[in-house]
Design a protein around this ligand. Structure first.
Ligand SMILES: CSC[C@@H](O)[C@@H](O)C(=O)COP(=O)(O)O
Length: 381
């Protein structure tokens, strides 16, 4: 496999626009998203002037990934409030836009709490809307800080688990700056390892059917000059068998109170492979992704997505194709498809969970509760 280790071209990719930004042009405040459905072909911004537009962007995955969904949800509440829409209705629409990533509801409720507290204290509509915006901005900033701390804790853990250095890391889906206020979760750890000269290879799962790995993680790895190689999801087994994977690093959409981890479909098979091959399987996620009110993995609602994502190839992300392109059938007309967006990995397959509060290993319900308690103390003080 010697050629797999050839260096990728470094620094050739253009700089990326922020994944999300609040703007206040003369026509009124807007939430501007980098449309992730169009990457890597083009960097196109999507301007949301109201909550239904943001809900569409969330459901089509123009904006996606657990931490960013939380931030987008919070700004969505602020957008509704600033533009004079019904905030309660906005909360309902946003919270239910996608079911699995707990951060979405967390972000929405946080901005709504800022708004309602201001109202309760006698603020007028404009002041209350500003309070929602302040809460969204705080969450955005905190997520960037959490991302930096996860990267630090994650690299310390990797170095402990793999004392030989020269880490070869397999990752799934996309967990970088595109989904975060900072540099991401699992990807941020790999990036820190790269900057420290300790990343030998980032193996990037393509992540069927929507190709978050091929389109987005490869894009971010290239931008950062990281040594990376793309593989089909099906090739992971033979990669492990060949002894080419030192650790798996993934993010999470919801971590239940017992330590079960919901993440992009395909994560659970990687955990099983990792266990069989005695390779550490590490989950990197902020404590905002932990949901103590969901007792176990079986209680996590897994989003089921349209079958067409499997039976057809849609290609707005192909250069020159443009938005709405695709719909090319790859299965006979009328084929039914099973298309869960996520799967759930039980805690006994997880070597460690890394949060901004530190690494937890082995993963236990008590340990999870302790991490969350520490996080709340930090937030309150
Ligand atoms: C830091 S992001 C962690 C997860 O949100 C990510 O791995 C993932 O599963 C995203 O799924 P997506 O359906 O693209 O929103």
């Amino acid at each position: 496999m010697a050629d797999q280790y050839a260096q990728n071209p470094v620094g050739t990719a253009p700089p990326t626009l922020p994944s999300l930004r609040w703007d206040e042009p003369p026509e009124g405040p807007v939430l501007v998203l980098l449309d992730q459905t169009r990457l890597p072909a083009e960097e196109v911004e999507l301007v949301c002037t109201d909550v239904p537009a943001l809900v569409r962007a969330i459901q089509t995955l123009a904006v996606r990934g657990a931490p960013l969904l939380g931030i987008a949800g919070a700004y969505g509440v602020a957008l509704a409030a600033v533009r004079g829409y019904d905030v309660d209705e906005a909360v309902t629409l946003l919270e239910s836009a996608r079911p699995t990533a707990v951060n979405l509801g967390h972000g929405v409720r946080r901005a709504a709490a800022g708004y309602r507290t201001a109202v309760d204290k006698g603020a007028d509509a404009e002041q209350a809307a500003r309070a929602a915006l302040v809460a969204a901005r705080e969450l955005h900033r905190e997520d960037a800080e959490a991302s930096a701390r996860m990267a630090e804790h994650g690299l310390v853990l990797l170095d402990e688990l793999l004392p030989g250095g020269g880490h070869r890391i397999l990752t799934h889906c996309n967990t970088g700056a595109l989904v975060s206020g900072g540099e991401g979760t699992a990807f941020a750890v790999a990036l820190k390892a790269h900057r420290a000269g300790r990343l030998r290879r980032l193996w990037v799962d393509e992540t069927r059917p929507l190709l978050q790995g091929a389109r987005l993680t490869a894009f971010e790895a290239a931008r950062n000059g990281m040594p990376y190689t793309l593989l089909t999801d099906n090739a992971a087994g033979s990669l492990f068998a060949a002894g080419e994977v030192d650790a798996v690093l993934i993010g999470a959409d919801r971590i239940a109170a017992d330590g079960s981890v919901a993440n992009k479909v395909g994560s659970y098979p990687l955990a099983v492979l990792a266990k069989y091959h005695h390779v550490p399987f590490v989950v990197v996620a902020p404590t905002t992704t932990v949901d103590l009110s969901t007792p176990d993995g079986a209680s996590i609602e897994v989003e089921q997505r349209p079958g067409q994502e499997v039976t057809e190839v849609t290609a707005p992300h192909v250069a020159g194709a443009g938005a709405g392109a695709g719909g090319l059938p790859v299965a006979p007309l009328g084929t039914q498809a099973y298309n869960p967006a996520f799967d759930v990995t039980p805690p006994d397959l997880v070597t460690a969970i890394v949060t901004e509060q530190g690494a937890l290993s082995p993963v236990t319900g008590a340990g999870i509760a302790e991490l969350c308690a520490r996080s709340r103390q930090v937030t309150i003080s």
